[in-house]
Write a protein that binds this ligand. Sequence first.
Ligand SMILES: [Zn+2]
Length: 335
Amino acid sequence: MRFHGVGEAGQKKLLDSRVTLCGCGALGTVLANVLVRAGFGFVRIIDRDFIETHNLQRQVLFDEDDVAAGIPKAEAAARKLRRVNSEITIESIVTDIDHTNILDFVKDVDIVLDGTDNFEVRYLVNDASIKLNKPWVYGGAIGSVGQTMTIIPGQTPCLRCVVETSPPPGMAATCETAGVLSPTINVIASLQATEAIKIMTGHIEAINRELVYVDVWDNEFRRFKISKLKDKVDCPCCKQRNFEWLEGKMGAHTTSLCGRNAVQIAHRTSSQLNFATLAEVLMPAAQGTVNYNKFMLRFTADGHDFTVFPDGRAIIKGTNDIDRAKTLYAKFIGH
Ligand SMILES: [Zn+2]
């Protein structure tokens, strides 16, 4: 409150603010930490993944106990942060963001923050935010390089004005090829969180209107002038209002997971899986490897590790081949 840009009035505005955080991995944990401690009144944390030991190098809210307990990231983050600030509401949602659910996650909040590692979700967030007129803040980091931009519908270029389509597979560096230096994450997420504080305290005039590029290893700090793109580009999203990602014309339900040698398969089911029954069915094929808690069921078969979630979604480790993963899913889980 003592900071001139916030003050008592600004702090009250933050308490009235509702934010959706898409992704609670590296960027997401830093973002969630700042938002909760800053006193945003409602913080929704969405993540589809669970915690592994190699995440701990950069995902600052998690520890070895969380890995051992097999708790999903969204839930682990919410539990930890409720102990930090009990006066706000923290909602955790363990799901895969796609075109069927993104509008529900965006429509009842004031701002959306990008903590994901993939462009599919970013384009979905971009479509939903432009359609519903909500600001959102893009962030991405790989190796020692990070980027961020702030999107205010109608005022700034949107993500598709700047990057119309996502890079094809194999054309961009991934967590697997480049790794990620944790300070890169902290720099980018801190810039994103500051933008959220500016917007929600009513300081739109202070926001970053360019694409910020940082290389923490090579000491490069650049701002790409993109603000004029808004008038120059005939953007399919913010100009033509053609929401291709939201309409499910772009994107897939099956994704190869960055840096994991794993494929995720999302099968929408209206009912929840019964893990006790599934465990019994799997027993002959998976032998002694099946175990489950209320969040996930894990087993090993055909040399692959499977993690199955209550909504039927599965992560299959040991392959990047989507068709192979579909075959394995059909073989052991069935659909
Ligand atoms: Zn646009």
